[in-house]
Design a protein around this ligand. Structure first.
Ligand code: AGP
Length: 607
């Protein structure tokens, strides 16, 4: 979603903004723009399309300023275009605004306060710039407060005023932003990668806070404009972690990082055969939960499906997995006996944040499984399990998914252990499997393996529809494999519980619908084998993901890709890796833009 960078200080703000925005490209966008103050004027430049269009446009202008705000826009109101791109300015050109989120009452605000004004865009954001001019009383700060009082919706807003060019003002409601503290300079951005080249000292902005950035530092104020003390955090990510590091795409790099990050997810969490987290749950507390909801979106939702199986099997607590955008609108039955687990790589997904708040409002304890320290979801949850995947830049999630699974295995073991369940032997086997995972995953990523998958992907180049089938945990993986494929290769893909095919979908299976079958789980092997034979009988070409040494399946499918043998319960972590690679190479052979697929954003901060 939209990316924001603001800078005030000793450097040329234009350079800082362009560099910062380039680090936010992964969030997904369709146009970009910057505003600086020169003399008593705000100067704005914008361009539709990639950031390079903006760079080319301003190249010969040799712009310089000590203050500026920049933006990459992901269209919500009004199509992608130069005129809808941010920053937007007030009618007198004195104020400029960049915005992430949606001002829900913008039409009403236009009618009530700005009926006579001329607007130059179709956006909701432009009303904010016009309101700043309308309400201006000689104090930029007081004016911003007045504007905020009439805004409804979600926003991260960063604003400048030509008449008070010694400051940038920023505020947020439900949309993320982080402040960077420099020496004689201050930064603001919607995400950490934009700051990494300049500073590691940061502050997170809470709802309703007003941030005033000057060359001399950052002051945080409340609604009454009283100064608030704020904790300074150190960003742990290294700058290299957010670079491609020789890989052609972030997605491939992140797939390859998996063995390393698996170690980080597990590190320090297994002691003497027991799992420990940063929080401590008593048996009484765990036993008080008679139900668990796992709530998430997209890939994180798919991780939740594995989590359900893991927690139910190990801790014997019933688990329901819900799509976050549906959860709060159907009045779920929640009370203090329900634990709600929210899963989110970014920790900022608007639907998941909303679900979390709904759960808290109903007296539930909330546990977060997330990657981003200091994110809204981490801050607002009672218990947090970090997946420690490091920055995930590719829109298509890979290492975050597999580390979410590992976190869930650890959680399943932990809940069972705290409840004092008598399945110690199974828990020990799972922990052993988890500890072997990093090394085993490492052995998979050989050149020969990649070549084999690349060849299979070439066969999908012209496919219109691909089916993924599996049973039990293999079905959960199939769902993730199909999402990954459609997301980056734009091939229509569907995942089915294999036993369900014959209840309708089998009608679609022909020699033109390749099928990818995941057959790793021993308990359902005979069943999936029959289902594969059903699609083979309809002449579908079948690629099977199998366990190493499975000679049987090779006899009745067209092709196989093997994963190393590991405890069946933990196998989804390995089984999804070839699916990630199939998506990657299929997208590549089709010439798709892998890291930033069309229409999608990394962090979905609008509902
Ligand atoms: C996965 O490849 C997607 N890009 C998407 O489904 C993502 O998982 C979803 O938007 C949830 O994001 P989150 O984990 O940051 O909440």
């Amino acid at each position: 979603m939209c990316g924001i960078v603001g800078y005030i200080g000793k450097r040329n703000a234009v350079d800082v903004m362009l560099q910062g925005l380039s680090k936010l490209e992964y969030r997904g966008y369709d146009s970009s723009g910057i505003a600086i103050v020169q003399g008593s004027e705000v100067l704005v430049n914008k361009a539709e399309g990639k950031l390079v269009n903006l760079q080319n446009k301003i190249e010969d202008l040799h712009l310089e300023s000590s203050i500026g705000i920049g933006h990459t826009r992901w269209a919500t109101h009004g199509r992608p275009s130069d005129y809808n791109a941010h920053p937007h300015t007030s009618q007198n050109g004195k104020f400029a605004v960049v915005h992430n989120g949606i001002v829900e009452n913008y039409l009403r605000l236009k009618e009530t306060y700005l009926a006579d004004e001329v607007f130059t865009s179709e956006t909701d954001t432009e009303v904010v710039a016009h309101l700043l001019e309308k309400f201006y009383n000689g104090s930029f700060e007081e004016t911003v407060v007045k504007v905020l009082d009439v805004l409804e919706g979600a926003y991260a807003l960063v604003m400048i005023c030509a008449d008070e060019s010694d400051k940038i003002i920023a505020c947020r409601k439900d949309s993320p932003m982080v402040l960077g503290i420099g020496d004689g300079e201050s930064f603001i951005a919607s995400d950490v990668p934009a700051l990494l080249a300049y500073t590691r000292e940061c502050m997170y902005i809470e709802q309703g806070e007003l941030c005033v950035l000057t060359q001399d530092g950052i002051t945080i104020k409340n609604h009454a404009l009283e100064v608030i003390d704020k904790e300074v955090h150190t960003i742990e990510w290294d700058a290299e972690a957010a670079e491609k590091d020789g890989y052609e795409h972030f997605m491939l790099k992140e797939i390859f990082e998996q063995p390393t990050v698996f170690k980080k997810t597990i590190a320090g969490r297994i002691h003497g055969g027991e799992v420990q987290f940063d929080f401590d749950l008593s048996a009484e507390q765990v036993n008080s939960w008679n139900k668990i909801y796992i709530v998430a979106c997209g890939t994180a939702y798919h991780a939740g499906l594995v989590g359900k199986a893991v927690i139910e099997k190990l801790a014997r607590i019933p688990v329901e997995v819900e799509i976050a955008s549906e959860f709060r609108y159907r009045e779920p039955m929640l009370d203090e006996h329900t634990l709600v687990i929210v899963i989110s790589q970014s920790g900022e997904t608007a639907d998941t944040v909303a679900a979390l708040r709904e759960a808290k409002k109903n007296g539930c304890k909330v546990m977060a499984v997330t990657n981003v320290v200091g994110s809204a979801i981490a801050r607002e949850s009672d218990y947090v399990i970090y997946i420690w995947a490091g920055p995930e830049i590719s829109v298509a999630s890979t290492k975050a998914y597999t580390t979410m699974l590992i976190a869930e295995y650890l959680l399943g073991v932990y809940l069972a252990q705290q409840k004092g369940m008598d399945n110690g032997a199974l828990r020990a086997e799972i922990l052993e499997g988890l500890q072997h995972l990093p090394d085993i995953a490492e052995t998979m990523l050989t050149d020969a393996y990649l070549e084999q998958i690349q060849k299979a992907a070439e066969g999908y180049k012209d496919a219109n529809d691909i089916f993924f089938i599996g049973r039990g945990l293999d079905w959960a993986i199939a769902l993730e494999g199909s999402l990954k494929l459609k997301e980056i290769s734009y091939i229509h893909a569907e995942a089915y519980a294999a036993g369900e095919l014959k209840h309708g979908t089998l009608a679609l299976v022909t020699d033109e619908t390749p099928v990818i079958a995941i057959c790793v789980q021993d308990a359902t092997y005979d069943k999936i084998a029959s289902n594969i034979k059903e699609v083979k009988a309809r002449e579908a070409n079948v690629l099977a993901i199998i366990n190493e040494g499975d000679e049987e399946t090779q006899k009745f499918v067209d092709e196989t890709i093997a994963i190393p043998r590991i405890h069946n319960f933990v196998a989804p972590v390995l089984a999804v890796i070839p699916l990630q690679l199939i998506s990657y190479y299929t997208a590549k052979v089709r010439g798709c833009e892998i890291d930033q697929p069309r229409n999608l954003a990394k962090s979905v901060t609008v509902e």
